[in-house]
Design a protein around this ligand. Structure first.
Ligand code: PEP
Ligand code: MG
Length: 313
């Protein structure tokens, strides 16, 4: 039936000219990671570590964390796994990390900001991650969520490197971080675009409110232009620019993201086949043409239509 149709994925994302475009998976725990590996994901572009601890009232110990992280890393021997430090707060509050009540939790102490109040939580997580990484063969990269300033990126990078983690990145999911992308590349090795939050914060529209769906749309030109700025900064710095928000799993938007400078896409495993098929039919030039057409649009609807026309040309 229609709903059950899943396009198979052969485990290697590429464009029509043969150039590779790694297609990675978003996972939350070891079971997810095994599903993603079975679906052919080339690695993990976003391991949402907070998903391991949603049922906890007290903070997990370092040993408990090592076990949870090793479970995910073990599903991808020899492959890249991008681990995100706890993104607790807002839509994913954790009792041991977040305050009971905040007036504006999406704008509150969430993501890396938790470490301001509780630096031990971040230190323990980085230590656990370094230990898990040395016990497994996966290539671990670590990144922080909800970065807004270069100081935050610099301090996170220093802490991660001090813990023994070598590849360090930040998520670009606030307009501030996107605008400062070139400066971010001076302090981290890679970035990953969190298009869900980047859209929420750019349009000032709650990503959980269905009735604002026209605003929480990553085709909004303001979002595309921020992504383009990050892509240009990445090209100039010769650094990786991943996308790990839902936008990367949309077969119509994926070519535009590649044209804007994304060097890998991470998505829910069931989207891998459709995105691989969409990208495999297009050359890098076609992706750039789609991106340029979308960038020139004044509205989300025009961006969608312009990208489709450019691709069909
Ligand atoms: C995002 O914001 O796009 C993202 C990937 O992070 P999360 O959905 O976990 O907030
Ligand atoms: Mg996010």
């Amino acid at each position: 039936t229609h709903a059950a149709t899943v396009t198979p994925f052969d485990g290697r994302g590429r464009l029509a000219d043969g150039s590779s475009l790694p297609l990675l998976a978003n996972v939350g725990h070891a079971t997810d990671a095994r599903t993603a590996a079975a679906a052919g994901a080339e690695g993990v572009g976003l391991f949402r570590t907070e998903f391991c601890f949603l049922d906890r009232t007290d903070a997990p110990t370092v040993a408990e964390q090592v076990a949870a992280y090793r479970g995910v890393l073990a599903a991808f021997p020899g492959r890249k796994v991008v681990v995100r430090t706890l993104d607790a707060g807002s839509d994913k509050p954790l009792p041991f990390a977040n305050a009971d009540h905040e007036q504006n939790p999406a704008l509150g102490v969430r993501g890396l900001r938790i470490a301001r109040r509780n630096p031990q939580l971040l230190d323990d997580q980085l230590r656990a991650l370094a230990e898990a990484a040395s016990a497994e063969s996966a290539h671990v990269e670590v990144m922080a969520p909800m970065i807004a300033t270069v100081e935050e990126a610099r301090e996170f990078a220093a802490a991660a490197r001090a813990a023994g983690l070598e590849r360090v990145g930040v998520m670009i999911e606030t307009p501030s971080a996107a605008i400062l992308a070139a400066e971010m590349f001076e302090v981290v090795d890679f970035v990953s675009l969190g298009t869900n939050d980047l859209t929420q914060y750019t349009l000032a529209a709650d990503r959980l409110l269905g009735e604002l769906g026209d605003l929480t749309d990553p085709w909004q030109p303001a979002v595309l232009r921020l992504i383009a700025a990050v892509g240009s900064a990445g090209r100039a710095a010769n650094r990786a620019v991943g996308v790990c928000g839902e936008a990367g799993g949309d077969p119509a938007l994926a070519p535009v993201l590649v044209g804007l400078g994304a060097t890998s896409l991470s998505m829910t495993p069931r989207s891998l086949g459709r995105v691989a098929a969409a990208l495999g039919a297009l050359t890098p030039q076609q992706c750039r043409a789609a991106a340029e057409a979308a960038l020139a649009a004044a509205t989300a609807a025009e961006a969608r239509a312009a990208a489709a026309v450019a691709i069909a040309r």
